[in-house]
Design a protein around this ligand. Structure first.
Ligand SMILES: Nc1ncnc2c1ncn2[C@@H]1O[C@H](COP(=O)(O)OP(=O)(O)OP(=O)(O)O)[C@@H](O)[C@H]1O
Ligand SMILES: [Mg+2]
Length: 326
């Protein structure tokens, strides 16, 4: 397995559950593991009955497992403040108000949330040296993936901006002849530096996601979830990211053959419907099915989580070197 493992899927299908189970499995196999959750509602804190925040802390009673929780809302806010601060350091006071307004407007656009989240993913990936495995209980989709084309876009932007700055500096120098104005140079131009840094960070993210990350989708045996999964497989593929497997969660347990009555009939019918979906998943989807997890009576935590971890047919050991460049 690659170092970074993402579990995607529609809301509520069981991403947090399956990724927690997989992280547990990795930790049990002596891999120093970090689980990263981005979900403010039900999350790893509930699964492990322990409050986590956005700094990794160790999961009590589980050696080798750390957890952190990122709240995308406050991340977007933090991102906004950070951008404002950086920009106001770099431009004249007169410009600050205008720039503040522009940045605030930009942060209300749909992409802001994804950008903030992606920035945080990049930070986590950069700072994860001490871990053998980093498990994300979400997968980049749509808007976040689109950010992977940011480096190309920024490249053109940086070139044009650099060219304009060059012209401006030339004019500035011509106007300053005779005075002892200090020479303005391109090197160290704060705005260009910032754009270049941003480009490098996103290049790093694209490289890690393509070469050091594996993607899994969690799917429920119903029409809607199948449709969403098909879309997600295509979407990831269009960014050269391939889905390694699908974990089917919330399968209905079958009643014993002698059981009768309304409940048993319902379960049998339900199982039959799910079997059709299961067949479709096995036969007409490219990624292999790596788990078939039944619906439990209660929440998946504690000993049930251990059992679910045992039901995952997802490799834990690091990929052999030769195939990591696939
Ligand atoms: N196999 C299962 N049996 C019983 N309960 C389950 C099972 N899988 C998940 N659940 C429960 O369903 C709820 C949703 O699961 P989970 O939080 O893992 O989904 P999610 O995909 O992370 O949701 P979200 O999109 O909101 O982050 C949780 O309460 C969880 O305990
Ligand atoms: Mg979740």
């Amino acid at each position: 397995m690659r170092k970074h493992v993402f579990f995607g899927g529609k809301g509520g299908v069981g991403k947090t559950t399956v990724s927690s189970a997989y992280a547990l499995r990795c930790a049990r196999a002596d891999l120093n593991t970090l689980i990263v959750s981005t979900d403010p509602a039900h999350s790893t804190s509930d699964v492990f009955d322990q409050q986590f925040d956005d700094d990794p802390s160790s999961v009590e009673g589980l050696d080798g497992l750390d957890a952190m929780e990122i709240d995308p809302e406050s991340e977007t806010e933090r991102h906004l403040m950070e951008t404002k601060r950086a920009m106001s350091d770099q431009v004249s006071a007169a410009m600050v108000n205008e720039i503040d307004r522009q940045i605030e407007m930009a942060h209300q656009t749909p992409g802001a949330y994804e950008a903030a989240l992606m920035d945080r993913f990049i930070e986590v990936m950069r700072e994860a040296d001490e871990y053998d495995r980093v498990v994300f209980d979400t997968s980049p989709t749509g808007g976040t993936l689109r950010l992977l084309s940011l480096p190309d876009m920024l490249e053109g932007w940086i070139d044009r901006l650099a060219h304009k700055r060059e012209r401006a500096i030339e004019l500035y120098e011509r106007a300053a002849i005779g005075n002892n104005e200090p020479r303005r140079v391109m090197d160290g131009d704060p705005i260009l530096d910032r754009l270049r840094t941003r480009k490098e960070r996103f290049e790093f993210a694209g490289d890690r996601l393509r070469n050091d990350a594996a993607f899994f989708l969690v799917v429920n045996p119903d029409e809607l979830s199948l449709r969403e999964t098909r879309r997600a497989v295509e979407e990831l593929r269009s960014y050269d990211l391939s889905v390694r497997g699908m974990a089917i969660n919330r399968l209905t347990p079958e009643p014993e053959p002698h059981e009768e009555g309304r409940g048993a009939t319902f379960l049998r019918d339900r199982v039959a419907t799910e079997r059709d979906h299961l067949e479709t998943l096995h036969e007409s989807f490219d990624p292999p099915v790596v788990a078939e997890i039944e619906t439990r009576v209660s929440e998946v935590k504690g000993s049930i989580l251990e059992t679910v971890a045992g039901e995952l047919d997802i490799e834990v050991r690091p990929d052999p070197v030769s195939s990591s460049a696939e």
